[in-house]
Design a protein around this ligand. Structure first.
Ligand SMILES: [Zn+2]
Length: 248
């Protein structure tokens, strides 16, 4: 039989005068000419296309072994996230992560998840910076988009003599607890009040937080902040016309 036919066409149960298309579930009466004509028909071609797009059921259903491995991998990832979160929350030196893991593995030699943990200090740093901090910042920004808040800012010079501005958000969360959360650490190239104001605005803008929700600012007694004409507090209050803006 023709190679383009042999996959679908077989003998019909009706009689020797008919062929049967297994794909279309249809009997075709007559000669090979009629069979070829059926194969070229739109109906048959649509069924061929539908068959190509259909994923076999055995590919959709995972085997118990695959499911078991998936569950195990998820448990390892969950443990690594919890470990990195604990290191960040308790402010423990990330360099201690390697030795902490060694102790854990020696304490729990029969725990497969513990033995599979691979949170080196490099990986822990990556998880904290790229997963936990990113997700935390998204959640904070989502809250501040719809709720009033204040910021605390402070400029300092780090070990490399680079000037940076720390921006902390202070707000009341959904559980009525007062929280102070890190919003950003930005390089300062213009240390004037106008320069700092622009950095604060850019930080909030990048996070999609409207300036209208900013109700106050806290800073130290540097004149660049407290100046009665060009101070940072005055700048923000005047520029954005925030009536109840508090300067502490
Ligand atoms: Zn057919």
């Amino acid at each position: 039989m023709d190679t383009e036919l042999c996959g679908f066409i077989s003998k019909s149960d009706m009689n020797s005068q008919h062929a049967h298309c297994n794909l279309c579930k249809k009997d075709i009466r007559g000669s090979i000419y009629n069979v070829k004509r059926h194969v070229k028909s739109t109906f048959h071609k649509q069924n061929v296309q539908a068959m190509k797009c259909t994923v076999p059921v055995d590919q959709l259903v995972q085997t118990p072994e695959v499911q078991k491995k998936q569950l195990f991998d998820d448990s390892v990832k969950d443990a690594e996230l919890r470990l990195a979160g604990w290191v960040a929350k308790e402010d423990i030196s990330i360099r201690k992560t390697d030795s902490l893991l060694q102790v854990m593995k020696s304490c729990f030699p029969n725990d497969a998840v513990c033995q599979a943990l691979a949170s080196s200090r490099t990986k822990t740093t990556g998880i904290i910076k790229n997963v936990l901090a990113t997700e935390e910042k998204v959640q904070i920004a989502n809250w501040l988009r719809n709720n009033k808040f204040a910021i605390i800012v402070d400029e300092y010079t780090d070990k490399s003599w680079a000037k940076v501005l720390v921006i902390i958000a202070k707000y009341v969360d959904a559980n009525y607890k007062v929280r102070e959360d890190f919003l950003g650490l930005v390089d300062v190239h213009d240390a004037s009040s106008a320069g700092q104001k622009n950095l604060i605005m850019k930080c909030l803008s990048d996070l999609g937080i409207p300036i209208q929700n900013l109700m106050g600012i806290g800073f130290d007694n540097a004149s660049v902040n407290t100046g009665s004409v060009k101070g940072l507090g005055r700048c923000l209050k005047r520029k954005y016309q925030i009536c109840s803006f508090l300067v502490v």
